[in-house]
Ligand binder design. Structure first.
Ligand code: SF4
Length: 550
């Protein structure tokens, strides 16, 4: 046996009967098309010839129950007393669950899993060289992809200590050399941190390097999470497995993705994201308040004032049916100006909302408001600074608040450290802001670890266009937002999408109908159908919109 062949390769899974890696309720013991989730994942892994061993880690007091879920003795189940924490990168992944990378600071699906020193020691004692980490709910893991990944890792593992592929989450895993896994645990860091851009450590994107086992584009453009760790994905996988018939083990990744593509035409009972405007109090966000003309602003909000707490509660309670819904509190107005914001945040968390993002201009991020946000379950504070100098700030926003906002942000970042919401300074890229864009980005990445540049939006021609250039791809496609994001205005009316800040295309009101009824309302279904048929003239906003591809 060659030295290379002696290198032991082990698949590891962390199984917990209480929670998933995302901190959603655990589904590993639930029956999915007649077989429990964990044993489905194991049966896919067992088809991989290149693996020497499969180890399931779990809390020590669950060891017997976990063993009972498996119909095989060939898998090692190992309990640990040391708690395995939820990865603190999950916060960054909430808005990008269906892609291998994305979300805040380009976190990856691999960052959702946590490892502990006890796991590393255990694997070292068993003389492992390579570890393949797989989610416990990867019920449609593709053995041929894993086989290819491990072979690629074997060939390039001397120079690249991590091998991944860009396939949609759940179709494959990530292969770590043991020494790398050990370093990550010691440094309390995650693989995505090494893949990401940093001004201090610029490098070519790792997707163009040998650590990427390249797969066909249809596998990474599939916008589905093949992991049964949320209500939505569990239901989607159930449908897929039912259609796959008696022998799902014979389906390869391409066939699975093609089948899912057909299924994706059906819209879920609730959106994955909801944008809520809770007030129309003026905001200095370019995105929220692009004009400096008070008269026009008054026309936009058409008499809408601020959202009633009870209406907000009704919304989030309706959404509680799913455990993966992300809320963005934004819209035309300034959310931090709503006196009942803390109660709204609490209501959202109690209702089981998965992710909460607040879009603000940052002027009120001080005193009691800042204190209450730092102790809240908000995941992200998107602060639209939009400039990197006092002059530009005043020029585009018409007010002299640059130093105040930047000072408050610095102070707030220092106060919350790693416990409170992530602060993400934003800049809307426009002809006016472009000159400060790079400085803004690198400056804030160094200061608070994150920064986002977003494209200018002229709201389907409703406001002046300051964009640098037209970013639309040459061929118009159906808009993905109509099947993913719901938009609610401050008076509770639901509109076709966030482009409609004037409420021209209302489909109903949350005070009168359930969120599911509104999401599946005839107007929405007709709009989706028209988009599928490439009829974009059906709505005047869609006809002039430049956001359909985002
Ligand atoms: S095409 Fe534009 S206006 Fe129409 S739904 Fe999509 S984002 Fe909204």
């Amino acid at each position: 046996m060659s030295e290379d062949e002696k290198r032991k390769r082990t698949a590891i899974i962390y199984a917990d009967l209480e929670r998933s890696a995302l901190d959603t309720p655990s589904r590993i013991a639930m029956s999915l098309a007649g077989q429990n989730v964990l044993s489905r994942t194991i049966s896919r892994l067992k088809q991989v010839q290149a693996l020497d061993e499969i180890v399931v880690f779990c809390p020590a007091d669950q060891q017997e129950k976990i063993r009972g879920l498996l119909d095989t003795n060939s898998v090692l189940v190992q309990g640990f007393n040391e708690p395995v924490p939820v990865s603190n990168r999950v916060k960054r992944r909430k808005w990008a669950l269906s892609s291998w990378r994305g979300g805040i600071r380009e976190a990856t699906v691999f960052d959702e899993q946590s490892f502990t020193s006890e796991m590393v020691q255990f694997l070292r004692d068993r003389d492992n060289y390579t570890v393949l980490a797989v989610p416990a709910e990867a019920v449609l893991l593709a053995p041929e992809l894993v086989e290819g990944l491990l072979e690629h890792h074997r060939k390039h593992g001397d120079e690249m200590r991590f091998t991944f592929c860009q396939a949609a989450p759940g179709l494959c895993g990530g292969a770590y050399r043991m020494d790398l896994l050990h370093e990550l645990v010691l440094n309390k860091t995650y693989i995505g941190d090494l893949l990401n851009y940093s001004p201090e450590n610029t490098q070519a994107d790792l997707i163009v390097q040998e650590c990427n086992y390249k797969v066909d584009p249809e596998l990474y453009t599939s916008e589905f999470r093949y992991i049964a760790d949320t209500e939505r994905n569990f239901a989607g996988l159930q449908k897929l497995l039912e259609q796959m018939g008696d022998n799902p083990g014979t389906w390869d990744a391409k066939a699975i993705v093609a089948l899912q593509q057909k299924q994706a035409q059906e819209v879920d009972i609730l959106p994955r994201e909801v944008e809520i405007e809770i007030t129309t109090t003026p905001s200095l966000r370019i995105k929220g308040y692009p004009h400096r003309n008070d008269q026009e602003r008054a026309q936009w909000s058409a008499g809408r004032k601020q959202m009633d707490l009870e209406i907000f509660k009704k919304i989030v309670e309706d959404l509680g049916q799913y455990d993966d819904i992300c809320l963005t509190i934004g819209g035309v107005g300034e959310p931090l100006a709503h006196p009942e914001l803390p109660k709204m945040i609490q209501a959202a968390k109690e209702a089981g909302i998965f992710g909460i993002n607040i879009e603000t201009d940052g002027r009120l991020l001080k005193g009691q408001v800042a204190q209450s946000l730092s102790e809240s379950p908000v995941d992200v504070l998107s602060v639209y600074v939009d400039a990197h100098s006092r002059g530009l700030y005043r020029g585009i926003k018409g007010e002299d608040a640059f130093e105040e906002v930047v000072g408050q942000l610095a102070e707030y970042s220092e106060t919350i450290k790693s416990n409170g919401p992530m602060i993400i300074p934003h800049l809307v890229k426009s002809r006016e802001t472009m000159s400060e864009m790079e400085e803004f980005y690198d400056g804030w990445i160094s200061k608070c670890g994150s920064a986002v540049i977003v494209g200018y939006n002229d709201y389907a021609g409703q406001i002046e266009n300051y964009s640098v250039m037209n970013m639309c791809p040459p061929h118009r496609r159906p808009c993905r937002r109509v099947s993913r994001i719901m938009s609610i205005l401050a008076d509770g009316s639901v509109t076709i999408c966030g482009q409609d800040f004037q409420g021209k295309s209302i489909v109903g009101n949350v005070g009168e109908k359930s969120m599911t009824d509104l999401w599946r309302a005839n107007e929405m279904e007709e709009l989706r159908k028209a988009h599928q048929q490439e009829n974009f003239e059906i709505n005047e906003l869609c006809a002039s919109c430049g956001e359909w591809h985002r």
